[in-house]
Design a protein around this ligand. Structure first.
Ligand SMILES: Cc1cc2nc3c(=O)[nH]c(=O)nc-3n(C[C@H](O)[C@H](O)[C@H](O)COP(=O)(O)OP(=O)(O)OC[C@H]3O[C@@H](n4cnc5c(N)ncnc54)[C@H](O)[C@@H]3O)c2cc1C
Length: 449
């Protein structure tokens, strides 16, 4: 790709939120796991923007969610935590918020290539062509496909097969289907969406023990669980709002040992462990005191520490509806391929942000939580969260979507598309576990066929 053109707003995920190579974007991601609720698969007629019903339900994904969690090595306790959340009634409108925890995969398990490579190698049934990219898929009837590949120096080859499972990420899936002219659906490349995040308020932690006890992330074995304060479906319906959730974003002082350790772990996830001399000295100087507090939080409170005087930002994250004019289009310009992205944040997201942010903050007793309010930005900044979804969405009819509920392309049944590009709407948060569960369900159905 030689360039991206943003027709409206810039999207950070498109610019730098994905990566090539085995393991794909799991080389960068946070590994935050999140199971969706019934209502996230439902149609919401009360919205001005259309969010359609999915052709699958939460119940259909229970077993594949379990399978995915086993494959990525989540403990039995984490599986229970994530999958036993009580199902919410849409009419439950009394409170604006319910609390639900997301689980973070331990650092050593986040990069899926590193985590699964031994199993792949041992299977003896997988051939990896790491030096090729797929440029086009040709289908010949329902049982034969040819994938054209390109290597360095325009070296070309092809693979012939019965079925193609496309797992090229949202941008790659859209690009390959467009290039292959594999779908006649008007929705190909459309309905592109993300979750967007805005800073509603900034506070200081004046009493870290109180804050950590009441609102801190908690440990479960070696995994971390972070509380999220999610808008109740009944409240969304009553106020005609998009779904949203609030959470605390802790800004660690840069020279704190926690921040230094976090950076070191992040670089290890990418396979290039790094700790500079300056950081090592800082760590040595500050670690004893800070880690003693960290040890107390971990061992006694079973919570992740937050240092005193840290800033905590109240972030509100909103879903985006699948807008037809929110699109990704690959354009060949001579030998170059350019990506045109037409994406923006609409007034519906802003409304959910303002109303839900105010309702949540006003419901807190800040003194009780050990917090002091510093600022409520008058003109908050918003950003995408690198959750690229939509563009090859699922629907029963080709006019309404690119793939069927079994994730095969309408009109090209031997191409199966996996990933968050198949989402008809974006749910409240983190897409990857749901995308993986859908893929497991669809590949099992293909095997049966
Ligand atoms: C910083 C960051 C943090 C994130 N945190 C979270 C999180 O905590 N929780 C969560 O749920 N999600 C998170 N995400 C999103 C998550 O990473 C993605 O949803 C997930 O990785 C998508 O998986 P995928 O396999 O569909 O695509 P990808 O991981 O993008 O993999 C696609 C692969 O296909 C390759 N490819 C593309 N085109 C071709 C082609 N033509 N030929 C050959 N290969 C091709 C790409 O190079 C890539 O290796 C995060 C993303 C980022 C960037």
């Amino acid at each position: 790709m030689s360039g991206v053109i943003f027709d409206k707003a810039r999207h950070d995920g498109v610019s730098n939120g994905w990566t090539t190579g085995l393991g794909g974007t799991t080389q960068l991601w946070g590994g935050q796991l999140w199971a969706w609720e019934d209502y996230e698969f439902e149609e919401r007629p009360y919205l001005d923007v259309h969010a359609p019903r999915w052709p699958v339900t939460r119940k259909d994904l229970q077993e594949p969610y379990e399978t995915f969690l086993r494959v990525v090595g989540a403990s039995a306790r984490i599986r229970r935590e994530l999958l036993s959340t009580p199902v919410l009634e849409p009419s439950d409108a009394e409170d604006s918020v319910y609390t639900k925890y997301s689980a973070w995969l331990p650092w050593r398990k986040r990069n899926f290539y590193r985590h699964l490579r031994r199993e792949l190698a041992a299977s003896g049934r997988v051939t990896v062509l790491a030096d090729r990219i797929a440029t086009r898929i040709e289908t010949h009837g329902a049982d034969r496909a040819i994938v054209l590949l390109e290597g360095a120096g325009a070296d070309r080859s092809s693979v012939e097969c019965r079925h193609v499972v496309l797992a090229a990420g949202t941008l790659g899936n859209i690009g390959l289907l467009q290039e292959s002219q594999a779908s006649a659906s008007p929705w190909l490349g459309r309905g592109f969406m993300d979750h967007v995040s805005g800073r509603y308020a900034t506070l200081t932690v004046k009493d870290p023990v109180r804050f950590v006890r009441a609102m801190g992330a908690r440990y479960s074995g070696t995994s971390l669980l972070t509380p999220r304060f999610v808008m109740r479906p009944g409240y969304a319906e009553k106020n005609r709002l998009l779904s949203a959730f609030a959470h605390w974003d802790v800004e660690l002082p840069k020279a704190s040992s926690y921040a230094i350790l976090r950076e070191a772990l992040r670089s290890a996830q990418r396979g290039v462990p790094r700790l500079s001399g300056v950081d090592a000295v800082q760590l040595f100087r500050r670690a004893p005191r800070e880690l003693a507090f960290g040890g107390y939080c971990a061992a006694v409170l079973r919570r992740r520490p937050v240092p005193g005087n840290a800033l905590v930002h109240l972030q509100v994250e909103m879903e985006q509806p699948p807008r037809f004019d929110s699109s990704v289009r690959w354009v060949s310009d001579g030998g170059d391929r350019r990506l045109h992205v037409s994406w923006d944040i609409g007034k519906e997201e802003m409304e959910a942000f303002q109303q839900f942010g105010a309702s949540f903050l006003d419901s807190l007793d800040l003194d009780e939580l050990g917090l002091d309010l510093v600022a409520r930005p008058a003109d908050p900044e918003f950003r995408d969260t690198y959750h690229m979804m939509g563009g090859t969405r699922m629907a029963a009819l080709e006019d309404e979507g690119v793939v069927t509920e079994d994730l095969t392309v309408h009109g090209a049944p031997n191409i199966l598309v996996t990933g968050a590009s198949v989402f008809p709407s974006g749910g409240v948060a983190n897409p990857t576990m749901t995308a993986a569960a859908l893929a497991l369900r669809a590949t099992a159905a293909m095997k049966d066929r």
